[in-house]
Write a protein that binds this ligand. Structure first.
Ligand SMILES: Cc1ncc(COP(=O)(O)O)c(C=O)c1O
Length: 483
């Protein structure tokens, strides 16, 4: 083969050299991970500007391109590192990268079963493992998506189709005010106006109140609306709250509503000891969003939608055309029949390979460790009177505030975050809970262990001391907060 004439088809030797160069590059990145700063955006502007470039007519050697990528990777939040305790981390289990390399290199099509029967079965099997992990009955089916947002979208469209049919404008959806914004986004994309979305109040532990749900349904019914869906949280992003699924299911069943669990963050904790009790009711939900790129620590880009009545997926998604008659047959279902996508990556492999390679127990152990680390951080911060803890961790999020007079809290909270992050050992993020600023630690990377969580807690304590001084007594801080 003439490599100069056909540059898109490198010679075998060139391919080997390129593959080795990329492997060396990636392994060097991973080797230094624990010593890298938790984030680094210093001087990123010129770097970013350098990528604002025109379409190249000719090629550039791979080594040069890898050199350019190095600083671009370094100047970022270190989302793969052990110090990343912000938002919802995961880390990115390496086996998934190997799976992606294989999947892209062999480039087989898995959207219809006939095109690669055994590979399509790998993806089906991996999705069915997720159904089993959530305790769904036989007949449940799963599809793999790019993440929780797309899973929520397909979940809401499926519920809409099953409960409302084609004329759905009078349908109403319910969820708590702590629900992730991807749910309202998905509902709007699914055709529901904001006026049909009910964000309901929560209890003292940030969980949807079943009574609030019941009352809202009755009110909407009385107004001639069609309540059809409740989205229950299995681990909110803010505090990790788990809505009371059994009670919500009861209310939903009374009124014929579909129950979708947003378990994007929390679902995989069902694997951990005590998980079935903690997540009781998830096995009864009509559909579930999971994010393996969170709770199974895979790289960004893998979510899942599980549906208890798996045939519902086909009822809403299946279409046909004569030009696919050779590969689609009555009775045989492929992912293209069950999900919005036709051509897409072979994402089943990035779930199947890590689970096969490491076994479920490796993931279970990690999840157990994360729960214990969050509990430890909670106990430590609670013992320091400078901090007000919002709730006992229901999963692996610890949300807290700096105790400070109300007029200073909004300034001191962000300043505490800035100072802790500026040490570059850990990276935390903030939120607002019931209108007030709060910080949070989310322990969910397979690379985060006790040493890093200890660093986070001691940085918080030291910086809090520097900001608010000596430990205020509980009474005086309570008095100050009341004034
Ligand atoms: C509870 C919850 N639901 C849904 C999502 C959205 O998932 P994704 O970012 O994979 O689209 C997130 C993301 O953090 C989340 O925390």
């Amino acid at each position: 083969m003439d490599a100069a004439r056909y540059p898109l088809e490198p010679t075998p030797d060139e391919l080997e050299a390129q593959t080795r160069a990329v492997a060396d590059f990636v392994l060097a990145q991973l080797r230094g991970l624990a010593d890298q700063p938790s984030f680094d955006l210093d001087g990123v502007e010129p770097l970013r500007a350098a990528f604002d470039e025109g379409l190249p007519e000719g090629g550039t050697p791979l080594a040069e391109l890898l050199e350019r990528l190095k600083p671009a990777i370094a100047k970022s939040y270190n989302t793969a590192g052990p110090g990343y305790l912000a938002y919802i981390p995961g880390g990115g289990v390496y086996a998934a990268a190997l799976a992606d390399l294989i999947a892209c290199a062999v480039n087989r099509y898995v959207g219809v079963a006939q095109a690669a029967p055994a590979l399509a079965r790998i993806e089906e099997t991996a999705a069915s493992w997720l159904c089993r992990l959530m305790g769904l009955p036989p007949g449940a089916r799963g599809i793999l998506t790019s993440g929780g947002s797309l899973s929520s979208f397909s979940g809401i469209v499926t519920a809409r189709h099953e409960r409302l049919g084609e004329a759905f404008q009078d349908g109403v959806l319910y969820f708590s005010e702590e629900t992730h914004y991807c749910v309202t986004k998905a509902a709007r994309l699914a055709g529901f106006p904001r006026a049909s979305l009910r964000a309901l109040p929560t209890d003292a532990r940030f969980r949807l109140r079943p009574e609030a749900l019941r009352n809202a349904i009755l009110e909407d019914r009385a107004r001639g609306k069609r309540p059809f869906l409740v989205v229950a949280n299995v681990g909110t992003t803010n505090t990790g709250a788990i809505d009371p699924l059994p009670d919500l299911l009861e209310v939903a069943r009374e009124h014929g509503l579909w129950v979708h669990a947003d378990a994007a963050y929390g679902g995989f904790f069902r694997l951990a000891p005590g998980g079935e009790t903690r997540l009781r009711g998830i096995e009864e939900c009509d559909s579930i969003t999971l994010d393996p790129h969170k709770g199974l620590f895979l790289p960004y880009g893998l979510g899942a939608l599980l549906v208890k009545d798996g045939d519902a997926l086909a009822r809403v998604h299946r279409e046909g055309a004569s030009y696919v008659q050779d590969v689609t047959h009555a009775g045989s279902l492929g992912f293209a029949d069950l999900s919005p996508e036709l051509s897409r990556d072979f994402r089943g492999l990035r779930l199947w390979l890590p689970l096969m390679l490491h076994g479920t127990s490796a993931f279970r152990d990690q999840l157990e460790e994360k729960l214990a680390l969050a509990r430890w951080a909670f106990d430590e911060l609670r013992s320091d009177e400078r901090f007000e803890l919002l709730d006992e961790p229901q999963l692996s999020v610890v949300a807290f505030r700096l105790r400070a007079p109300a007029d200073e809290a909004e300034r001191l909270g962000p300043e505490l975050l800035r100072r802790v992050n500026a040490r570059k050992r850990v990276f935390l993020s903030s939120t607002r809970v019931q209108g007030r600023y709060a910080l949070r630690i989310c322990v969910l990377s397979f690379r985060t262990h006790a040493d890093r969580v200890k660093d986070a807690v001691s940085a918080l304590r030291q910086e809090a001391r520097a900001l608010v001084g000596r430990t205020p007594s509980r009474e005086s801080s309570t008095r100050r907060r009341r004034t």
